[in-house]
Ligand binder design. Structure first.
Ligand code: HPA
Length: 240
């Protein structure tokens, strides 16, 4: 069973049918909103909006543990995370779709493990390495949709965007993308042995990379334009 965790611009998943809303309580608290167990183009799918249906939760306010736990609880094995990100690398301009291969975690104060009564050091050397990642790439390839394979995602705390100096530091660290939500989600998924991959939509040049101010209007325009290719990839992935 595949779950899609939608980020900014993906607060809802258009076209779902037979939607069953499932509210769940977890040892880490209740879900902020129910899971949608649904059909899409004849395939079963579970959908969760990370920021809530009304985009009311900032990245640091999301209960990542409840979300990931609930997905595992209903039998999800694969989690496709959709993440809106800023582009740092030369090839990562607005509108680019990327499946990142690495990440650096700059967040703080987020509950980043399920376990408090035992010491568990999960292997996280390759944070995005499961079958799902390859399936996303194959789906895009078979459709002829441009999708970059690889890149390092720097996860910042937000909710504010970064300073230009912070982005220079991220670039020096080797980050090509910057977002606020891949962590601790990806690590929590690994703790539960879920096959987790991220599909990043670059929605703006990161601070200081271009002279233009970053506006929400421009970001939402890119998100709208990317909806069709992202849906195409998801459709192909579920059919395969
Ligand atoms: N920085 C951090 N997160 C983001 C950005 C950004 O520039 N754009 C979209 N999410």
């Amino acid at each position: 069973m595949l779950a899609v965790v939608g980020g900014s611009g993906w607060e809802s998943f258009p076209g779902l049918t037979n939607v069953k809303q499932l509210s769940l309580d977890t040892p880490y608290g209740p879900l902020a909103e129910p899971l949608s167990l649904a059909d899409w183009n004849g395939q079963s799918l579970i959908f969760l909006s990370r920021h809530g249906a009304q985009h009311s939760l900032a990245p640091h306010q999301i209960n990542y543990r409840a979300n990931v736990w609930a997905l595992r609880e209903v039998g999800v094995q694969q989690v496709l995370a959709i993440n809106a990100v800023g582009g740092i690398g030369r090839e990562m301009g607005p509108g680019t779709l990327v499946v990142p291969s690495q990440l650096i975690d700059y967040t703080w104060g987020r509950a980043h493990s399920f376990w408090s009564d035992q010491v568990l050091h999960i292997d996280f050397g390759n944070p995005f390495e499961g079958a799902l990642r390859s399936q996303i790439l194959s789906a895009a390839k078979s459709l002829g949709v441009a999708l970059l394979d690889g890149g390092t995602y720097g996860c910042t705390q937000g909710p504010r965007l970064e300073t230009a100096a912070e982005i220079r530091r991220l670039a020096q660290d080797g980050c090509e993308l910057v977002g606020m939500t891949a962590m601790p989600e990806a690590a929590l998924a690994r703790e539960l042995a879920l096959d987790y991959a991220s599909l990043c939509i670059v929605v703006n040049w990161a601070a200081g990379i271009s002279d233009e101010r970053i506006t929400m209007e421009a970001i939402y325009q890119v998100l709208e334009a990317s909806r069709a290719p992202v849906q195409g990839i998801l459709g192909q992935l579920l059919r395969a």
